[in-house]
Design a protein around this ligand. Structure first.
Ligand code: GAF
Length: 397
């Protein structure tokens, strides 16, 4: 059997302990960082994420006939019923994500029966590394295998987004779920969020002696949901003002027809889409310096035009520049969460130390750091009783 990720081992152990038997399927899915292309997905634009080495795993089996479904989290040490209304656990709950996937499958006409599932994860929660998309992606793969639904990965990603939008109630785009399901080890993934066409982009950081340093700012994410929805609304309104279905189709010249907030939001989206295209070219040509410059420009655009960065993000980006990073920027939805930097490996420790001391001086929350290499996307673990697929081979195809 191939080596298990620590979260897969824990999910397996938790299933055995909780339900007293072997699961029929073991699946897992990663968190992600978005390298560039922020708040472009819901306007049909471009994104460039890669998966990270932190995952959420689920071990699942069909259980006994007529037994109500059970969801167990080994991280929280709690069991939740599968059948429940959103928010029934009192506020938002991890269990709403797998429930949402079951709901979305039902809405799309797929029949998933009752099941028992044990979850284990190590994606930092609430950091903007897409722990919720990882739960959804692992769940949809497990259910695909368990109930032989024969989903392809794009369909699976769309179902996960439907779970998030229609059940959990967050109006996110397709970026996170798509990245979790489709990314591959050692590569970034260029995604056209309108057509869902995607192609791998080389990201051999080791060879370039570069590290992807992720700074979880631990800035409070108080405005995360309302701020996100507001940005989405204004950018959709800007598209409407221009007579376009999606901002993806706006040209720089179109911006002259906008003013105020609509102009600022649309300018970010239009320039960000262009930056993603240039970033892909840069990486394909092995030009990390050009790529890094685009990251800095992306951050400035998010800070000044989209207005989603915090003092912690801005301080980290400036410190990264001082430490010789090729690029740095906020990643994810903003209003808190993580920033990333592409930094020569020998400068990583210096940048961390400089950040700790500057943040302390500025009375900003103490950050956490991770270094990631582009990791594998979601998988059903081969060798489990019903898991014959390889990584990225299928939710079916
Ligand atoms: C969040 C959302 F979930 C994504 O869909 C995307 O819009 C991102 O913010 C910003 O790029 O992660």
């Amino acid at each position: 059997m191939m080596p298990l990720h620590p979260t897969e081992s824990r999910a397996l152990g938790a299933y055995r302990e909780r339900f007293g038997g072997e699961p029929e399927v073991l699946a897992s899915a990663p968190g992600r960082v978005n390298l560039i292309g922020e708040h472009t997905d819901y306007g049909g634009g471009f994104v460039l994420p890669c998966a990270v080495g932190r995952r959420v795993a689920v071990a699942a089996g069909r259980g006994l006939p007529d037994e109500p479904g059970v969801l167990f989290s080994s991280d929280f040490g709690e069991a939740r019923p599968l059948q429940s209304e959103p928010g029934a656990d009192g506020g938002s709950s991890w269990a709403d994500y797998p429930r949402g996937v079951v709901w979305a499958l039902g809405e799309a006409g797929y029949e998933a029966g009752g099941f028992r599932a044990a979850f284990a994860g190590d994606v930092p929660l609430g950091a903007g590394l897409s722990s919720s998309a990882a739960v959804e992606a692992a769940t949809v793969l497990a259910l695909d295998r368990l109930f032989r639904l024969d989903l392809d990965r794009r369909e699976a990603a769309l179902l996960c987004r439907r779970a998030e939008n229609g059940y959990v109630g967050v109006q996110s785009g397709i970026l996170d779920q798509f990245a979790s399901l489709m990314c591959r080890e050692g590569e970034a993934l260029f995604v056209d969020c309108r057509t869902l066409e995607a192609r791998p982009v080389p990201l051999d950081l080791d060879r370039a002696n570069l590290s992807l340093l992720v700074c979880d700012t631990n800035a409070p994410r108080v405005l995360a949901e309302t701020g996100y929805n507001d940005r989405r609304e204004v950018s959709e309104r800007a598209a409407k003002t221009l007579g376009l279905a999606e901002l993806r189709d706006a040209s720089p010249g179109d911006l002259e027809r906008l003013g105020g907030e609509e102009l600022r939001r649309a300018r970010h989206v239009v320039t960000e889409n262009a930056r993603v295209l240039r970033a892909v070219e840069a990486l394909e040509g092995g030009d990390f310096r050009e790529f890094g410059g685009l990251m800095y420009a992306s951050h400035a655009s998010m800070r000044d035009d989209y207005e989603i960065s915090t003092p912690s993000h801005d301080a980290f980006v400036e410190l990264a520049r001082e430490a010789g990073a090729l690029g740095a920027r906020l990643t994810g939805g903003g209003f808190g969460g993580c920033a990333i930097s592409l930094v020569p490996s020998e400068n990583v420790d210096g940048l961390k130390q400089a950040t700790f001391s500057r943040f302390a001086k500025l009375a900003l929350p103490r950050p956490d750091f991770y270094t990631f290499l582009p990791a594998a996307g979601a998988r059903v673990v081969p060798g489990q009783p019903s898991g014959q697929a390889e990584a990225n081979g299928g939710a079916g195809r």
